[in-house]
Design a protein around this ligand. Structure first.
Ligand code: ATP
Ligand code: MN
Length: 453
Protein backbone atom coordinates (compact mmCIF):
# COMPACT_ATOMS: atom_id res chain seq x y z
CA UNK A 1 0.00 0.00 0.00
CA UNK A 2 1.20 3.51 -0.75
CA UNK A 3 1.84 5.68 2.23
CA UNK A 4 2.31 9.12 0.64
CA UNK A 5 -0.10 11.92 1.29
CA UNK A 6 -2.42 12.55 -0.35
CA UNK A 7 -3.45 9.07 -1.36
CA UNK A 8 -3.29 8.31 -5.09
CA UNK A 9 -6.16 9.89 -6.93
CA UNK A 10 -8.07 8.50 -9.84
CA UNK A 11 -6.18 10.51 -12.46
CA UNK A 12 -2.94 8.96 -11.29
CA UNK A 13 -4.42 5.49 -11.00
CA UNK A 14 -5.79 5.62 -14.54
CA UNK A 15 -2.49 6.83 -15.97
CA UNK A 16 0.12 5.15 -13.81
CA UNK A 17 -1.51 2.73 -11.39
CA UNK A 18 0.17 -0.67 -11.29
CA UNK A 19 -1.78 -3.62 -12.58
CA UNK A 20 -2.24 -6.30 -9.88
CA UNK A 21 -1.61 -3.76 -7.12
CA UNK A 22 -4.23 -2.98 -4.46
CA UNK A 23 -5.54 0.56 -4.09
CA UNK A 24 -8.10 2.37 -2.00
CA UNK A 25 -10.00 5.00 -3.94
CA UNK A 26 -12.57 7.54 -2.83
CA UNK A 27 -14.98 9.42 -5.01
CA UNK A 28 -18.51 10.11 -6.09
CA UNK A 29 -20.66 7.79 -8.15
CA UNK A 30 -21.31 9.10 -11.62
CA UNK A 31 -23.36 6.13 -12.80
CA UNK A 32 -24.08 2.56 -11.86
CA UNK A 33 -25.17 -0.14 -14.21
CA UNK A 34 -25.04 -3.87 -14.04
CA UNK A 35 -26.60 -7.27 -14.14
CA UNK A 36 -27.38 -10.01 -11.69
CA UNK A 37 -23.76 -11.07 -11.41
CA UNK A 38 -21.79 -7.88 -11.56
CA UNK A 39 -22.18 -4.12 -11.11
CA UNK A 40 -20.17 -1.38 -12.80
CA UNK A 41 -19.72 1.86 -10.92
CA UNK A 42 -18.16 4.89 -12.62
CA UNK A 43 -16.32 6.68 -9.83
CA UNK A 44 -14.98 10.23 -10.15
CA UNK A 45 -12.92 12.08 -7.57
CA UNK A 46 -12.42 15.44 -9.26
CA UNK A 47 -8.83 14.79 -10.29
CA UNK A 48 -9.72 14.29 -13.95
CA UNK A 49 -12.86 14.27 -16.10
CA UNK A 50 -12.64 10.51 -16.52
CA UNK A 51 -14.24 8.09 -14.08
CA UNK A 52 -12.58 4.93 -12.86
CA UNK A 53 -14.62 1.85 -13.61
CA UNK A 54 -15.16 -0.09 -10.39
CA UNK A 55 -16.30 -3.65 -10.93
CA UNK A 56 -18.36 -4.90 -8.01
CA UNK A 57 -19.06 -8.66 -8.02
CA UNK A 58 -22.56 -9.55 -6.85
CA UNK A 59 -21.17 -11.96 -4.28
CA UNK A 60 -19.30 -9.18 -2.41
CA UNK A 61 -20.24 -9.67 1.24
CA UNK A 62 -22.99 -7.31 2.39
CA UNK A 63 -23.60 -5.96 -1.09
CA UNK A 64 -27.30 -6.56 -1.08
CA UNK A 65 -27.82 -4.00 1.67
CA UNK A 66 -25.37 -1.50 0.20
CA UNK A 67 -26.55 -1.66 -3.37
CA UNK A 68 -29.50 0.76 -3.11
CA UNK A 69 -27.10 3.34 -1.67
CA UNK A 70 -24.58 3.02 -4.50
CA UNK A 71 -26.42 5.57 -6.58
CA UNK A 72 -25.47 8.60 -8.62
CA UNK A 73 -24.03 11.29 -6.34
CA UNK A 74 -23.18 9.01 -3.41
CA UNK A 75 -19.64 9.02 -2.08
CA UNK A 76 -17.75 5.75 -1.73
CA UNK A 77 -14.52 4.34 -0.48
CA UNK A 78 -13.44 1.24 -2.34
CA UNK A 79 -10.58 -1.17 -1.72
CA UNK A 80 -9.72 -3.22 -4.73
CA UNK A 81 -7.31 -4.83 -7.12
CA UNK A 82 -6.28 -2.89 -10.22
CA UNK A 83 -6.63 -5.05 -13.31
CA UNK A 84 -6.32 -4.55 -17.02
CA UNK A 85 -9.60 -3.44 -18.45
CA UNK A 86 -10.96 -5.81 -21.08
CA UNK A 87 -13.05 -3.25 -22.89
CA UNK A 88 -14.13 -0.15 -21.05
CA UNK A 89 -11.99 2.17 -23.20
CA UNK A 90 -9.63 2.55 -20.28
CA UNK A 91 -6.30 0.98 -19.51
CA UNK A 92 -7.38 -0.32 -16.13
CA UNK A 93 -10.36 -0.90 -13.88
CA UNK A 94 -10.65 -1.65 -10.17
CA UNK A 95 -12.05 -5.00 -9.02
CA UNK A 96 -13.74 -4.12 -5.74
CA UNK A 97 -12.94 -6.17 -2.65
CA UNK A 98 -14.67 -3.90 -0.14
CA UNK A 99 -17.07 -1.01 -0.65
CA UNK A 100 -18.01 1.53 2.01
CA UNK A 101 -20.67 4.15 1.44
CA UNK A 102 -19.42 7.40 2.99
CA UNK A 103 -22.40 9.56 2.12
CA UNK A 104 -25.60 8.51 0.43
CA UNK A 105 -27.42 10.66 -2.14
CA UNK A 106 -31.16 10.24 -2.45
CA UNK A 107 -31.87 9.51 -6.13
CA UNK A 108 -35.32 11.08 -5.74
CA UNK A 109 -33.88 14.51 -4.95
CA UNK A 110 -30.24 14.67 -6.13
CA UNK A 111 -30.39 17.27 -8.91
CA UNK A 112 -27.40 16.08 -10.96
CA UNK A 113 -28.94 12.81 -12.10
CA UNK A 114 -28.71 13.19 -15.82
CA UNK A 115 -26.05 14.44 -18.12
CA UNK A 116 -26.66 17.41 -20.35
CA UNK A 117 -28.10 19.92 -17.91
CA UNK A 118 -27.98 23.46 -19.26
CA UNK A 119 -25.42 25.87 -17.86
CA UNK A 120 -28.32 28.12 -16.78
CA UNK A 121 -29.75 25.34 -14.66
CA UNK A 122 -26.34 24.44 -13.24
CA UNK A 123 -25.84 28.10 -12.27
CA UNK A 124 -28.91 27.77 -10.06
CA UNK A 125 -27.17 24.94 -8.19
CA UNK A 126 -23.73 26.55 -8.03
CA UNK A 127 -22.99 24.61 -4.83
CA UNK A 128 -23.35 21.28 -6.67
CA UNK A 129 -22.04 22.11 -10.12
CA UNK A 130 -18.36 21.51 -9.23
CA UNK A 131 -19.30 17.80 -9.43
CA UNK A 132 -20.33 18.03 -13.06
CA UNK A 133 -17.88 17.17 -15.81
CA UNK A 134 -17.72 20.58 -17.44
CA UNK A 135 -17.34 22.54 -14.21
CA UNK A 136 -14.72 20.15 -12.93
CA UNK A 137 -12.73 20.88 -16.09
CA UNK A 138 -13.30 24.64 -15.82
CA UNK A 139 -12.20 24.87 -12.20
CA UNK A 140 -9.17 22.65 -12.72
CA UNK A 141 -8.09 24.90 -15.59
CA UNK A 142 -8.77 27.96 -13.44
CA UNK A 143 -6.40 26.53 -10.84
CA UNK A 144 -3.73 25.81 -13.44
CA UNK A 145 -3.96 29.41 -14.66
CA UNK A 146 -3.57 30.79 -11.14
CA UNK A 147 -0.59 28.58 -10.34
CA UNK A 148 1.01 29.30 -13.72
CA UNK A 149 0.61 33.02 -13.05
CA UNK A 150 2.62 32.82 -9.85
CA UNK A 151 5.25 30.67 -11.55
CA UNK A 152 5.54 32.99 -14.55
CA UNK A 153 6.06 36.14 -12.53
CA UNK A 154 8.05 34.47 -9.78
CA UNK A 155 10.51 32.99 -12.29
CA UNK A 156 11.10 36.44 -13.78
CA UNK A 157 11.87 38.20 -10.51
CA UNK A 158 8.49 39.85 -9.95
CA UNK A 159 7.46 40.29 -6.33
CA UNK A 160 3.96 39.17 -5.39
CA UNK A 161 2.36 42.06 -3.52
CA UNK A 162 -1.05 42.69 -2.00
CA UNK A 163 -2.91 45.94 -2.48
CA UNK A 164 -5.91 47.14 -0.46
CA UNK A 165 -9.39 45.85 -1.10
CA UNK A 166 -10.91 48.80 0.73
CA UNK A 167 -9.78 52.06 -0.76
CA UNK A 168 -10.50 55.74 -0.27
CA UNK A 169 -9.16 56.79 -3.64
CA UNK A 170 -11.74 56.67 -6.37
CA UNK A 171 -9.28 58.03 -8.86
CA UNK A 172 -8.82 55.01 -11.10
CA UNK A 173 -11.76 56.09 -13.17
CA UNK A 174 -12.20 52.45 -14.18
CA UNK A 175 -15.87 52.16 -13.37
CA UNK A 176 -18.62 52.51 -10.83
CA UNK A 177 -17.62 51.58 -7.27
CA UNK A 178 -19.28 49.87 -4.32
CA UNK A 179 -19.25 51.92 -1.16
CA UNK A 180 -18.21 50.38 2.12
CA UNK A 181 -19.93 51.42 5.33
CA UNK A 182 -21.31 50.17 8.58
CA UNK A 183 -24.85 50.80 9.82
CA UNK A 184 -23.42 53.76 11.70
CA UNK A 185 -23.96 57.06 9.82
CA UNK A 186 -20.43 58.23 10.76
CA UNK A 187 -17.97 57.11 8.07
CA UNK A 188 -15.93 54.30 9.63
CA UNK A 189 -12.72 55.38 7.94
CA UNK A 190 -13.38 59.07 8.50
CA UNK A 191 -14.07 59.50 4.80
CA UNK A 192 -16.01 57.62 2.15
CA UNK A 193 -14.48 54.23 1.39
CA UNK A 194 -15.00 51.92 -1.54
CA UNK A 195 -14.16 48.43 -2.76
CA UNK A 196 -11.21 48.65 -5.12
CA UNK A 197 -11.65 48.55 -8.91
CA UNK A 198 -7.93 47.99 -9.46
CA UNK A 199 -4.77 47.73 -7.42
CA UNK A 200 -2.72 49.62 -9.97
CA UNK A 201 -1.98 52.91 -8.23
CA UNK A 202 -0.81 51.11 -5.10
CA UNK A 203 1.15 48.65 -7.22
CA UNK A 204 2.98 51.59 -8.82
CA UNK A 205 4.14 52.68 -5.38
CA UNK A 206 5.49 49.19 -4.72
CA UNK A 207 7.13 49.03 -8.17
CA UNK A 208 8.97 52.26 -7.31
CA UNK A 209 10.72 50.39 -4.53
CA UNK A 210 10.85 46.79 -5.65
CA UNK A 211 11.16 47.30 -9.38
CA UNK A 212 9.00 44.43 -10.54
CA UNK A 213 5.74 43.56 -8.79
CA UNK A 214 2.39 41.95 -9.47
CA UNK A 215 -0.91 41.67 -7.67
CA UNK A 216 -3.45 38.87 -7.92
CA UNK A 217 -6.55 39.95 -6.11
CA UNK A 218 -10.27 40.56 -6.21
CA UNK A 219 -11.65 43.72 -7.76
CA UNK A 220 -15.17 45.09 -7.75
CA UNK A 221 -17.14 47.06 -10.27
CA UNK A 222 -20.70 48.22 -9.81
CA UNK A 223 -21.43 48.56 -13.51
CA UNK A 224 -25.02 47.69 -14.04
CA UNK A 225 -24.29 45.97 -17.30
CA UNK A 226 -25.62 42.47 -17.51
CA UNK A 227 -23.21 41.19 -20.13
CA UNK A 228 -21.66 37.76 -20.55
CA UNK A 229 -18.20 39.29 -20.00
CA UNK A 230 -18.66 41.39 -16.85
CA UNK A 231 -18.91 40.43 -13.20
CA UNK A 232 -19.38 42.64 -10.16
CA UNK A 233 -16.59 40.77 -8.38
CA UNK A 234 -13.71 39.47 -10.43
CA UNK A 235 -10.01 38.76 -10.07
CA UNK A 236 -7.25 40.68 -11.69
CA UNK A 237 -3.55 40.10 -12.17
CA UNK A 238 -1.70 43.39 -12.36
CA UNK A 239 2.05 43.40 -13.04
CA UNK A 240 3.89 46.71 -12.80
CA UNK A 241 7.46 47.23 -14.04
CA UNK A 242 9.69 50.18 -13.15
CA UNK A 243 12.30 51.14 -15.79
CA UNK A 244 10.16 49.67 -18.58
CA UNK A 245 8.06 51.13 -21.37
CA UNK A 246 5.08 50.26 -23.54
CA UNK A 247 7.11 47.91 -25.74
CA UNK A 248 8.23 45.91 -22.72
CA UNK A 249 4.60 45.88 -21.61
CA UNK A 250 3.59 44.23 -24.88
CA UNK A 251 6.42 41.71 -24.63
CA UNK A 252 5.35 40.85 -21.10
CA UNK A 253 1.67 40.48 -22.00
CA UNK A 254 2.43 38.19 -24.92
CA UNK A 255 4.88 36.02 -22.98
CA UNK A 256 2.48 35.77 -20.03
CA UNK A 257 -0.53 34.69 -22.11
CA UNK A 258 1.59 32.10 -23.90
CA UNK A 259 2.92 30.79 -20.59
CA UNK A 260 -0.68 30.36 -19.40
CA UNK A 261 -1.52 28.35 -22.50
CA UNK A 262 1.60 26.20 -22.16
CA UNK A 263 0.56 25.34 -18.62
CA UNK A 264 -2.99 24.41 -19.63
CA UNK A 265 -1.78 22.25 -22.51
CA UNK A 266 0.65 20.55 -20.19
CA UNK A 267 -1.65 19.92 -17.25
CA UNK A 268 -5.20 19.87 -18.57
CA UNK A 269 -5.14 17.93 -21.84
CA UNK A 270 -8.13 15.78 -20.86
CA UNK A 271 -10.08 18.81 -19.63
CA UNK A 272 -9.45 20.63 -22.91
CA UNK A 273 -10.67 17.63 -24.90
CA UNK A 274 -13.83 17.41 -22.83
CA UNK A 275 -14.57 21.12 -23.22
CA UNK A 276 -13.81 20.98 -26.92
CA UNK A 277 -16.28 18.10 -27.31
CA UNK A 278 -19.12 19.51 -25.26
CA UNK A 279 -18.66 23.28 -25.08
CA UNK A 280 -16.59 24.91 -27.83
CA UNK A 281 -15.54 22.93 -30.91
CA UNK A 282 -12.83 25.44 -31.89
CA UNK A 283 -11.25 25.56 -28.44
CA UNK A 284 -7.99 23.69 -28.96
CA UNK A 285 -7.42 25.18 -32.38
CA UNK A 286 -7.85 28.72 -31.03
CA UNK A 287 -5.52 28.09 -28.12
CA UNK A 288 -2.80 26.46 -30.24
CA UNK A 289 -3.10 29.26 -32.75
CA UNK A 290 -2.62 31.79 -29.95
CA UNK A 291 0.32 29.95 -28.48
CA UNK A 292 2.10 29.48 -31.81
CA UNK A 293 1.61 32.86 -33.50
CA UNK A 294 3.35 36.16 -32.95
CA UNK A 295 0.68 38.56 -31.72
CA UNK A 296 -0.19 41.37 -34.13
CA UNK A 297 0.81 44.85 -32.91
CA UNK A 298 -1.14 47.81 -34.28
CA UNK A 299 -2.07 51.30 -33.21
CA UNK A 300 -5.59 52.41 -32.43
CA UNK A 301 -5.44 54.65 -35.52
CA UNK A 302 -4.58 51.64 -37.69
CA UNK A 303 -7.37 49.68 -36.04
CA UNK A 304 -9.87 52.41 -36.94
CA UNK A 305 -8.67 52.38 -40.56
CA UNK A 306 -9.06 48.61 -40.79
CA UNK A 307 -12.56 48.78 -39.31
CA UNK A 308 -13.58 51.60 -41.63
CA UNK A 309 -12.26 49.78 -44.68
CA UNK A 310 -13.92 46.51 -43.66
CA UNK A 311 -17.27 47.39 -45.13
CA UNK A 312 -18.93 45.82 -42.11
CA UNK A 313 -22.15 47.25 -40.73
CA UNK A 314 -21.28 47.46 -37.06
CA UNK A 315 -23.93 48.17 -34.48
CA UNK A 316 -21.71 50.88 -32.96
CA UNK A 317 -20.29 53.36 -35.49
CA UNK A 318 -16.52 53.45 -35.97
CA UNK A 319 -14.83 56.81 -35.72
CA UNK A 320 -11.48 58.09 -34.49
CA UNK A 321 -11.93 59.14 -30.87
CA UNK A 322 -14.62 56.62 -29.92
CA UNK A 323 -13.77 53.57 -27.82
CA UNK A 324 -13.57 50.19 -29.53
CA UNK A 325 -16.64 48.11 -28.78
CA UNK A 326 -16.59 44.38 -28.28
CA UNK A 327 -17.83 43.78 -31.86
CA UNK A 328 -14.93 45.86 -33.22
CA UNK A 329 -12.40 44.07 -31.05
CA UNK A 330 -13.69 40.69 -32.13
CA UNK A 331 -13.66 41.65 -35.80
CA UNK A 332 -10.01 42.64 -35.53
CA UNK A 333 -8.86 39.50 -33.74
CA UNK A 334 -11.25 36.85 -35.13
CA UNK A 335 -11.91 37.97 -38.68
CA UNK A 336 -9.16 40.32 -39.77
CA UNK A 337 -5.95 39.06 -38.15
CA UNK A 338 -7.21 35.66 -36.97
CA UNK A 339 -4.93 35.81 -33.94
CA UNK A 340 -4.40 37.97 -30.85
CA UNK A 341 -3.93 41.66 -31.47
CA UNK A 342 -2.25 44.23 -29.26
CA UNK A 343 -3.56 47.75 -29.80
CA UNK A 344 -1.65 50.80 -28.54
CA UNK A 345 -1.92 54.56 -28.89
CA UNK A 346 -5.53 55.20 -27.91
CA UNK A 347 -7.00 58.72 -27.93
CA UNK A 348 -6.29 60.32 -24.57
CA UNK A 349 -9.92 61.35 -24.18
CA UNK A 350 -11.11 57.76 -23.66
CA UNK A 351 -8.30 56.60 -21.41
CA UNK A 352 -7.37 57.15 -17.77
CA UNK A 353 -5.35 60.13 -16.55
CA UNK A 354 -2.33 58.06 -15.51
CA UNK A 355 -1.40 56.91 -19.00
CA UNK A 356 1.80 58.13 -20.66
CA UNK A 357 1.11 61.02 -23.05
CA UNK A 358 2.55 60.48 -26.51
CA UNK A 359 4.35 63.26 -28.39
CA UNK A 360 1.46 63.68 -30.83
CA UNK A 361 -0.49 65.25 -27.97
CA UNK A 362 -3.65 63.34 -28.76
CA UNK A 363 -2.85 59.72 -27.94
CA UNK A 364 -1.60 57.88 -24.86
CA UNK A 365 0.57 54.77 -24.52
CA UNK A 366 -2.37 52.51 -23.66
CA UNK A 367 -2.31 48.80 -24.44
CA UNK A 368 -5.31 46.54 -24.97
CA UNK A 369 -4.79 42.88 -25.81
CA UNK A 370 -7.62 41.37 -27.84
CA UNK A 371 -8.16 37.65 -28.29
CA UNK A 372 -10.67 35.64 -30.33
CA UNK A 373 -14.08 34.95 -28.73
CA UNK A 374 -13.39 37.36 -25.84
CA UNK A 375 -12.22 40.69 -27.22
CA UNK A 376 -10.35 42.64 -24.54
CA UNK A 377 -8.57 40.32 -22.13
CA UNK A 378 -5.86 42.74 -20.94
CA UNK A 379 -5.90 46.51 -20.47
CA UNK A 380 -2.73 48.33 -19.58
CA UNK A 381 -0.36 51.18 -20.36
CA UNK A 382 2.95 52.83 -19.87
CA UNK A 383 2.30 55.25 -17.01
CA UNK A 384 2.85 59.00 -17.06
CA UNK A 385 5.85 59.50 -14.78
CA UNK A 386 6.51 63.16 -15.66
CA UNK A 387 5.04 65.20 -12.81
CA UNK A 388 4.29 68.27 -14.93
CA UNK A 389 2.43 66.26 -17.56
CA UNK A 390 0.55 64.28 -14.92
CA UNK A 391 -0.51 67.43 -13.08
CA UNK A 392 -1.57 69.14 -16.30
CA UNK A 393 -3.70 66.17 -17.28
CA UNK A 394 -5.45 66.04 -13.90
CA UNK A 395 -6.21 69.76 -14.08
CA UNK A 396 -7.41 69.47 -17.67
CA UNK A 397 -9.79 66.72 -16.58
CA UNK A 398 -11.14 69.01 -13.85
CA UNK A 399 -9.89 66.85 -10.96
CA UNK A 400 -8.88 68.08 -7.52
CA UNK A 401 -5.11 67.77 -7.06
CA UNK A 402 -5.47 67.20 -3.31
CA UNK A 403 -7.34 63.96 -4.05
CA UNK A 404 -4.22 62.65 -5.79
CA UNK A 405 -1.64 63.87 -3.35
CA UNK A 406 0.13 60.65 -2.60
CA UNK A 407 0.07 59.55 -6.22
CA UNK A 408 1.60 62.86 -7.32
CA UNK A 409 4.13 62.64 -4.50
CA UNK A 410 5.20 59.28 -5.84
CA UNK A 411 6.25 60.92 -9.08
CA UNK A 412 7.92 63.84 -7.30
CA UNK A 413 10.87 61.69 -6.17
CA UNK A 414 12.90 59.39 -8.38
CA UNK A 415 10.24 58.95 -11.05
CA UNK A 416 11.11 56.55 -13.86
CA UNK A 417 9.34 55.20 -16.92
CA UNK A 418 7.11 52.34 -15.84
CA UNK A 419 4.40 50.22 -17.33
CA UNK A 420 1.93 47.51 -16.41
CA UNK A 421 -1.41 45.98 -17.20
CA UNK A 422 -4.44 44.23 -15.75
CA UNK A 423 -5.47 40.79 -16.95
CA UNK A 424 -9.07 39.95 -16.15
CA UNK A 425 -8.60 36.50 -14.68
CA UNK A 426 -12.12 35.29 -15.54
CA UNK A 427 -11.71 36.48 -19.14
CA UNK A 428 -8.56 34.34 -19.28
CA UNK A 429 -10.49 31.36 -17.89
CA UNK A 430 -13.24 31.92 -20.48
CA UNK A 431 -10.63 32.00 -23.21
CA UNK A 432 -8.96 28.79 -22.05
CA UNK A 433 -12.16 26.83 -21.45
CA UNK A 434 -14.42 27.99 -24.26
CA UNK A 435 -17.14 28.92 -21.78
CA UNK A 436 -19.32 31.67 -23.24
CA UNK A 437 -20.63 33.20 -20.02
CA UNK A 438 -18.30 34.68 -17.44
CA UNK A 439 -20.67 33.49 -14.68
CA UNK A 440 -19.59 29.96 -15.52
CA UNK A 441 -15.87 30.35 -14.92
CA UNK A 442 -15.92 31.58 -11.30
CA UNK A 443 -17.27 29.23 -8.62
CA UNK A 444 -19.81 31.63 -7.11
CA UNK A 445 -20.51 34.54 -9.45
CA UNK A 446 -21.59 37.99 -8.29
CA UNK A 447 -23.46 40.02 -10.90
CA UNK A 448 -26.29 42.57 -10.81
CA UNK A 449 -29.17 40.95 -8.93
CA UNK A 450 -27.13 37.86 -8.20
CA UNK A 451 -25.23 37.13 -4.99
CA UNK A 452 -26.58 33.73 -3.97
CA UNK A 453 -24.35 31.05 -2.45
P1 ATP B 1 -14.31 46.39 -20.69
O1 ATP B 1 -14.08 47.46 -21.72
O2 ATP B 1 -14.29 45.00 -21.24
O3 ATP B 1 -15.49 46.66 -19.80
P2 ATP B 1 -12.38 47.79 -19.11
O4 ATP B 1 -11.61 48.48 -20.19
O5 ATP B 1 -13.37 48.53 -18.33
O6 ATP B 1 -13.04 46.45 -19.70
P3 ATP B 1 -9.98 47.63 -17.51
O7 ATP B 1 -10.27 48.72 -16.57
O8 ATP B 1 -9.01 47.86 -18.61
O9 ATP B 1 -11.36 47.08 -18.11
O10 ATP B 1 -9.61 46.32 -16.64
C1 ATP B 1 -8.58 45.40 -16.99
C2 ATP B 1 -9.14 44.05 -17.38
O11 ATP B 1 -10.05 43.56 -16.40
C3 ATP B 1 -9.94 44.07 -18.66
O12 ATP B 1 -9.10 43.98 -19.78
C4 ATP B 1 -10.82 42.84 -18.50
O13 ATP B 1 -10.10 41.68 -18.85
C5 ATP B 1 -11.08 42.79 -17.02
N1 ATP B 1 -12.39 43.33 -16.63
C6 ATP B 1 -12.78 44.61 -16.60
N2 ATP B 1 -14.03 44.76 -16.13
C7 ATP B 1 -14.45 43.51 -15.82
C8 ATP B 1 -15.65 42.98 -15.26
N3 ATP B 1 -16.67 43.77 -14.89
N4 ATP B 1 -15.74 41.63 -15.06
C9 ATP B 1 -14.71 40.84 -15.41
N5 ATP B 1 -13.55 41.26 -15.93
C10 ATP B 1 -13.41 42.59 -16.14
MN1 MN C 1 -9.59 48.28 -20.63
Amino acid sequence: MKSEFPAPRIRWILESGEVDARYTVRGWVRTRRGSKNVHFVALNDGSTPAALQVVVPAELPGLEELLPQIATGASLEVDGLLVESPGSGQRVELRAEAVRVLGAADPETYPLQKKGHSFEFLRSIAHLRPRSNSFGAVFRIRSTLAQATHRFFGDRGFNYIQTPIITASDCEGAGAMFEVHTRDPEPFFGRPAMLTVSGQLNAEALAYGLGLVYTFGPTFRAENSNTSRHLSEFWMIEPEMAFHDIHDDMDLAEAYLKALLDAVFERNAADLELLQRFVEPTLIETLSNTRDNVFERITYTEAIEILERSGRAFEFPVSWGADLQSEHERFLTETHFKKPVMVTGYPKGIKAFYMFQNDDDRTVAALDVLVPRIGEIIGGSQREHRLDRLTARLLADGMQLEDYEWYLDLHRYGAVPHAGFGLGFERAVMFCTGMANIRDVIPFPRAPGQAAF
